[in-house]
Ligand binder design. Structure first.
Ligand SMILES: *Cc1c(COP(=O)(O)O)cnc(C)c1O
Length: 476
């Protein structure tokens, strides 16, 4: 098609007003907000122009203009109308998957967050006294009760908690850290960088594999603001190693009159040794061991919303709370409500049953096996041409930078299909609504029921249904 023919063809694209006046578009405009329809129509017409310029031949309507289908416009409008941030099914078996929002909230925590956020709340209002209150009051007391600490403060996330405490007590002074704990977590959180941002002067002691009590002792000067211990959450050092425990560091800190700050990372409130995950200190244990300030995440092993939790000695927590950064790093009513509801489960309920992350971690292999069999049978019942369904032994991961070496025995459903690659199967599952994210490992597509909620099995089966050959042809 030459230039003249193209511009002739472009003139046969109907005008927007004319299209919207058509009878076929009336029901569509009733169902979908007009701005979305306009945007979708704009997109459809632009695609037609591009196709014409590329020499494509388009269907013509009775009017002599090119046909524009209301169904096409509706499909595009529906897609445009979808929220960007939306639920997906986590079939990866990684329980605390940072890219998938880390800990899923307990039902009552999510509901309470929504309930409190829907209208007004006593966020910073003391109803009984009819005066201004503190947003921290709703969570501080229960955090103290659960950890044995004197005081508590909650900020946006653990990175914020570490930044705040280092700034409030360490700015312009020295903070002593082991070289073996200058960690990077999640790609963006690096202890030396946070230290620089806080204006504290990093004093490195020991070596990568070994740091001794005497290294800390020798580093303390009149300018030392704190000793810092960082939990090596996402990696392990094995072999010829030595580190100083929180309890031993607490003794050194106390003898020298400097505070010990511990970045615990995971923030477990229950002992995970109960399910075979050893070596993670609980918040209460860290308080008991004598740490002066402890920071942790709300959405890792604690299983709550994204938050940074600080617990410890009253004078230090108050100093952090009074610092202007605390205002910049504070969290909103939804977070505080969801966190309070989560903490109440620890105090009054059964965390192993009600906190989804803990329940998923606690699932025994036999229990996952029953689920895997049920999922496999439901998929087999679809009788999909050429689809292979097998239940296999595998391992799930804790994730969220916790227990990097832990292997949770699990049972997965492996999907194979003649003539279709693992990548293609995976892509089909991701196209479902809600998307199903499988684990793709060494060319295999695996569905790990450890992280698939009971109520989501139907979503997985319906996502798998798209692997039917006929449906694939339709899409193509
Ligand atoms: C996860 C982690 C952080 C960062 O916590 P966020 O809540 O993601 O900000 C910091 N320190 C340690 C030791 C961690 O494990």
């Amino acid at each position: 098609m030459d230039g003249g023919e193209t511009s002739d063809a472009l003139r046969r694209i109907p005008a927007v007003d004319e299209i919207l006046r058509r009878e076929a578009f009336a029901p569509l405009l009733k169902r979908i907000p007009r701005p979305l329809v306009l945007k979708a129509l704009g997109g459809v017409l632009e695609k037609m122009r591009t196709a014409l310029r590329a020499g494509a031949v388009l269907a013509t309507a009775d009017s002599g203009k090119f046909a524009v289908s209301a169904a096409d416009v509706e499909a595009v409008a529906r897609e445009l109308g979808q929220a960007s941030l939306a639920p997906i099914v986590n079939a990866t078996g990684v329980v605390l998957h940072t890219n998938l929002g880390r800990a899923p909230l307990a039902a009552q925590a999510a509901a309470w967050g929504a309930e409190v956020s829907r209208g007004y709340a006593n966020l910073e209002f003391d109803v009984a006294q009819r005066r201004r209150g503190s947003r921290q009051a709703h969570v501080a007391e229960i955090l103290c009760e659960l950890t044995g600490a004197e005081a508590a403060l909650v900020v946006n996330n653990n990175a914020a908690a570490v930044l705040l405490v280092l700034t409030a007590i360490g700015a312009g002074r020295e903070v002593v850290v082991s070289r073996g704990e200058l960690v990077e977590i999640g790609g963006a959180f690096r202890i030396p960088d946070v230290m620089r941002a806080s204006n504290a002067k990093l004093v490195e002691v020991g070596t990568t594999n070994k740091t001794h009590a005497r290294d800390y002792e020798a580093a303390v000067t009149g300018d030392t603001a704190a000793l810092l211990k960082v939990h090596r959450s996402n990696f392990a050092v094995v072999g010829f190693t030595a580190e100083v425990s929180v309890a031993a560091l607490a003794l050194i800190a106390a003898a020298r009159g400097v505070p010990l700050v511990v970045d615990l990372g995971s923030g477990a409130l229950v002992d995970l040794a109960a399910i075979g995950l050893r070596g993670e200190m609980t918040l209460r244990e860290a308080v008991g061991a004598g740490a002066d300030v402890i920071t942790a995440s709300g959405d890792k092993l604690l299983g709550g919303p994204q938050a940074g939790i600080l617990v410890g000695r009253r004078a230090l927590i108050e100093r952090a709370a009074r610092h202007p950064l605390a205002r910049a790093l504070r969290c909103d009513k939804f977070t505080l409500a969801a966190l309070e509801a989560t903490l109440r489960i620890y105090r009054d309920g059964d965390p192993w049953r009600e906190i989804p992350a803990l329940a998923a971690l606690a699932l025994k292999t036999e229990e996952v096996a029953v689920r895997a069999r049920r999922l496999a049978d439901a998929i087999l019942a679809e009788r999909i041409d050429g689809l292979g369904v097998a239940v296999r032994d595998e391992v799930s991961r804790v994730g969220g930078g916790s227990f990097p070496l832990a292997r949770l025995a699990t049972r997965v459903v492996e999907l194979t299909q003649k003539g279709r690659s693992a990548a293609a199967i995976d892509a089909t599952l991701r196209c479902a609504s809600p998307p199903v994210l499988a684990r793709v490992s060494r060319g295999r597509v695996l569905l790990d029921p450890r992280t698939i909620f009971e109520g989501e099995f139907d979503f997985v089966v319906s996502a798998v249904r798209a692997l039917r050959r006929e449906e694939t042809r339709e899409i193509a």
